[in-house]
Design a protein around this ligand. Structure first.
Ligand code: MN
Length: 491
């Protein structure tokens, strides 16, 4: 067994029979497929999927997800086909790898709209959350190795996409394991000066806070023992650099008003224990008034559950104490993905679409009232899902008004339903529309007034001297196309 395979297996919290064999086989399959391909760093390409598989293993994802992580770039970058993957590793792995491949086909278009499209597509195409988890792990490794990417403008583009699309998705889905490192890595590239300042401010506080946490931990252990609570574990948590920086801005730079920079987490077996521990802690320390938060009774929109309280310790230092059960802790870290981890296996049949049913309604309850439109659309789709499968409802309602088609280069264009190749041409560029002579959809020539379907790959055929026709106005759906056709007809 080679070391990378061992590293993946060792990262798994728990292995089942057959995992070793299948994961080892997947690694060798991917290694052979990628052959002499290299990363920008000069390392063999296989180091990238191996790193992703290790991350997926470490967060406890199931075997199929780990295998799909190892194979995630094989369809796109090598001669491997989806059929090959299914034959070797089964239908689920095929589905996951194809999902990731589809997501990679999206290209950045440098517009705000792009982010909206990408977000919508991420959610809509990934009917199985494991696709998004693999994509997040993929993005995390690409961010970790981004220094090899040239030129700088490309690094900034990737970091921006990470900050505006991937980190919010990780947050929305409650996968904090990925959210924080994605944000911090992107922040470092987008605002290097602010990153340095924030990191330094945290470090200044660190030594004092660590002493305070140590002292608090000793006291808490004693107090809990006195109250007869012995079955608990603790950990410290330091806020992420970006999240700290954002909060600092909210508090107008008053670092002393940030109570949760350093927190002590107390993990207990039952919900009842949580409230008992809270009672002990509130009694032993001076609580900061108005700083108790019961996220068990009312979880955060992304599902986060815990009791929070800020207390002033014996040394006069304020720390946050978070009290939660082991199950909550697990769900807080992995969010919607927790159902696919070893800890919480669900029957496979119920799996597809389950996360949407469970998570999306929860996301809709955003307290800020600023539910983005794409989420509302999703929510509507789910409400109407009773009489059909969720996937059907999602496809119907979610795409009731808009659809996405691809250009030959893989750009995704967002169009109203019923749009034609002419609409697509003008959506890309007016010159493309003005010189259009025909269209190929999914490789076949079609009439230019034919209706496009979601997911179509559309190629516009141009001819020198071609001109828009007045008849086009009768079938185009977008106002942009109408406007350009009219102005072209005038000249
Ligand atoms: Mn990749």
């Amino acid at each position: 067994m080679t070391d990378p395979i061992r590293a993946i297996l060792e990262a798994m919290p728990e292995q089942h029979q057959g995992d070793r064999e299948a994961i080892g086989r997947a690694y060798q399959f991917a290694e052979a497929a990628h052959g002499n391909e290299k990363r920008k760093s000069g390392e063999p390409y296989i180091t990238h999927p191996a790193a992703i598989a290790k991350t997926l293993a470490a967060v406890g994802m199931d075997r199929d997800t780990i295998i799909a992580g190892i194979l995630h770039d094989t369809i796109e970058d090598t001669a491997t086909t989806a059929d090959d993957i299914e034959k070797e590793f089964g239908k689920t792995v095929r589905f996951l790898v194809e999902g990731v491949t589809k997501l990679s086909k999206l290209k950045y278009r440098g517009l705000d709209r792009h982010f909206e499209s990408l977000r919508r597509l991420l959610v809509a195409t990934a009917a199985d959350i494991r696709v998004i988890i693999i994509k997040l792990a993929d993005r995390l490794h690409n961010m970790e190795t981004i220094s090899f990417v040239e030129p700088e403008s490309k690094r900034i583009r990737i970091a921006k996409e990470t900050m505006e699309v991937y980190a919010p998705i990780a947050e929305r889905l409650g996968v904090t394991t990925f959210k924080r490192p994605l944000e911090d890595l992107a922040f470092q590239i987008l605002q290097p000066g602010d990153y340095q300042d924030a990191e330094q401010a945290i470090n200044v506080q660190r030594s004092e806070m660590e002493d305070a946490l140590d002292a608090a931990l000793r006291d808490v252990k004693k107090d809990l023992a006195k109250a007869g609570i012995r079955n608990f574990s603790t950990e410290r948590r330091i806020k992420g650099v970006y999240s700290f920086w954002k909060k600092l801005a909210e508090k107008d730079g008053h670092i002393e008003k940030i109570y949760d920079l350093f927190a002590l987490r107390i993990i207990v077996p039952t919900i009842e224990d949580c409230y008992r521990v809270l009672g002990v802690v509130q009694h032993a320390y001076r609580p900061v008034p108005g700083r108790v938060r019961d996220y068990i009774a009312s979880p955060k929109p992304n599902g986060y559950k815990s009791l929070h309280t800020a207390v002033i310790t014996g040394r006069g230092v304020t720390i946050e104490i978070q009290i939660l059960t082991a199950d909550m802790h697990h769900e807080n870290q992995f969010g919607a993905a927790s159902h696919y981890t070893y800890k919480e296996q669900t029957p496979r049949g119920a799996a597809s679409g389950l996360w949407l049913r469970k998570v999306v309604p929860r996301l809709m309850k955003s307290k800020t009232g600023q539910t983005p439109k794409w989420l509302k659309d999703l929510g509507t789709a789910i409400e109407h899902a009773e009489h059909q499968t969720l996937e059907e409802a999602l496809k119907e309602d979610f795409f009731a008004e808009r659809m996405f088609v691809f250009t030959p280069k893989g750009d995704v264009i967002d169009l109203p339903v019923g749009a034609t190749p002419v609409d697509l041409a003008y959506a890309v560029h007016s010159v493309l529309g003005d010189t259009m002579a025909g269209a190929r959809v999914n490789g076949k020539m079609v009439a230019i007034d034919s209706e496009l379907k979601n997911g179509d790959k559309v190629e516009v055929v141009t001819k020198k001297g071609a001109r828009p026709n007045k008849k086009w106005l009768e079938f185009v759906k977008t106002t942009g196309a109408k406007k350009h056709i009219r102005s072209a007809l005038k000249t």
